[in-house]
Design a protein around this ligand. Structure first.
Ligand code: PMT
Length: 420
């Protein structure tokens, strides 16, 4: 196989313990036919020597902006023009911050600023650094750029002894992402960037909770904050989709580029979705819709005269199942939040609701120990779908513990790769 034949890749290596894996990455890229130019930050040299990269890539590893010899050969601007892809692995918090804010004070960050090539970033850092608000803000800002894609970080045991998200994605996984990124870049028409793969598609997304009124002061609802759904809205916008968001009440602000409808109850959400669904290519149901509502809403505040109170509830319509039953149904992607037996319940929903994909999240803790499901900023997702070519073959993919924003991007990546 030579999926990267004639492709020129700049591999940026930053100073972190994962830098030793970059050597393996060079080997894998070259095995696929790529030409690899390693550009190291100063601190990367504390972990791996330039000689290692030179031996593996056949090119002198570059680490200085002001290097007379190097500039006499292929100057840094020529290097920028040469590259089909820039991959930074490992990418430290420091380098990510520099690229986000346009600080060009070393060769690698200068190259990133001067280049129009796709930029694939594989973060690697301590888990606390990764979930730090400054880091997450930088990531959000960075991912709004059309050319930037994130791969990882994976969650698990870290060199520092902590457990959590922050491990660099494995070289084999990064290699796959390079191949798909360059392929999708090639398939795009004209000058479209890889960040516009959903251009021309309309996506309808439900998010947040619904509220079922009991009387004028009381209601039934659930803990959904809307964070997962709103992150998917942003990720779909980042890929050029026209996005319509139908949301239950949340404190979040909908992205300005989305067409936004706020609803309250499951019935209102059902009505709004059916008003809009005709023109949608994809329907993603992240909302935690109340399964039941009171049979009747009491007009006056219920008095607490009795020690017990019986509320009669009636089942709400299933918005997702109803959309998936349409003759001209869009691609239907559902979510399943479960406390136990997650896979079985998710697969049941995939089949029973006639979905194209179900995205399962556990309510509680991920395998790596972080909180998942409702309310938090992070999550872990398991995707299940039937192979579109052979509906009897079940496919599955784990998206490890990460921020909801990042998972949303990865989910959209999967949807693009599988169904568009
Ligand atoms: O909002 P956050 O705090 O970020 O939390 C995110 C989340 C946990 C709410 C989200 O990731 C999630 O899992 N949403 C689905 C919640 C759920 O358990 O749904 P369900 O099992 O009741 O329904 C399965 C699917 O059918 C969902 O896609 C749901 O939107 C849809 N459904 C369900 C009932 C109904 N009456 N109409 C529907 O459309």
């Amino acid at each position: 196989m030579s999926d990267l034949k004639n492709k020129n890749i700049i591999l940026g290596v930053c100073g972190g313990i994962a830098a030793y894996k970059s050597a393996e990455l060079v080997r894998l890229l070259i095995k696929q036919g790529a030409q690899v130019q390693v550009v190291m930050t100063h601190s990367a040299g504390e972990f791996v020597t330039p000689l290692t990269f030179q031996a593996l890539s056949g090119r002198v590893a570059r680490d200085t902006l002001f290097d007379l010899d190097a500039e006499a050969g292929m100057g840094h601007i020529e290097l920028v023009r040469w590259a089909d892809l820039i991959l930074i692995a490992p990418a430290t918090a420091n380098t990510i911050a520099k690229i986000t804010h346009g600080i060009a004070d070393n060769l690698l960050s200068t190259i990133c600023m001067a280049s129009k090539a796709p930029l694939l970033i594989a973060p690697a850092m301590n888990q606390q650094m990764w979930i730090n608000a400054a880091m997450q803000d930088n990531i959000k800002m960075l991912l709004r750029r059309q050319t930037v894609t994130l791969c990882g970080p994976a969650a698990g045991e870290q060199a520092c002894g902590d457990t959590g998200p922050g491990r660099m994605e494995e070289p084999a996984q990064l290699l796959k992402r390079c191949i798909t990124l360059l392929k999708s870049n090639q398939q795009l028409s004209g000058n479209q960037s890889p960040g516009k793969r959903l251009k021309g598609k309309k996506i309808l997304i439900t998010a947040g909770p619904t509220i079922e009124d009991i009387d004028p002061v009381r209601y039934m609802s659930n803990r959904s904050s809307g964070k997962m759904g709103y992150a998917i809205v942003q990720a779909a916008i980042d890929e050029g989709a026209e996005v319509v968001l139908v949301s239950g009440p949340t404190v979040l602000t909908a992205p300005a580029q989305a067409e936004f409808f706020m609803v309250r109850s499951a019935l209102e959400m059902h009505d709004k979705v059916f008003e809009l669904i005709d023109s949608a290519d994809i329907f993603i149901a992240t909302a935690a819709v109340a399964d039941y509502r009171p049979v009747k809403k009491v007009e006056q505040k219920i008095k607490k005269n009795n020690t017990t109170l019986i509320l009669e509830l009636i089942k709400n319509p299933d918005i997702l199942a109803d959309v998936a039953a349409l003759a001209n149904k869009p691609l239907c992607i559902g979510f399943a939040a479960e406390t136990n037996d997650v896979k079985n319940y998710a697969l049941d929903k995939l089949k029973r609701k006639n979905l194209d994909m179900i995205v399962a999240n556990k309510v509680g803790e991920s395998q790596s120990g972080g909180n998942t499901g409702f309310e938090g900023d992070n999550n872990e997702l398991n995707l299940y779908w039937n192979n579109p070519a052979d509906r009897t073959e079940l496919r599955t993919k784990n998206l490890p513990y990460a921020s909801k924003y990042q998972l949303a991007g990865q989910l959209i990546d999967e949807i693009v790769l599988l169904f568009t």
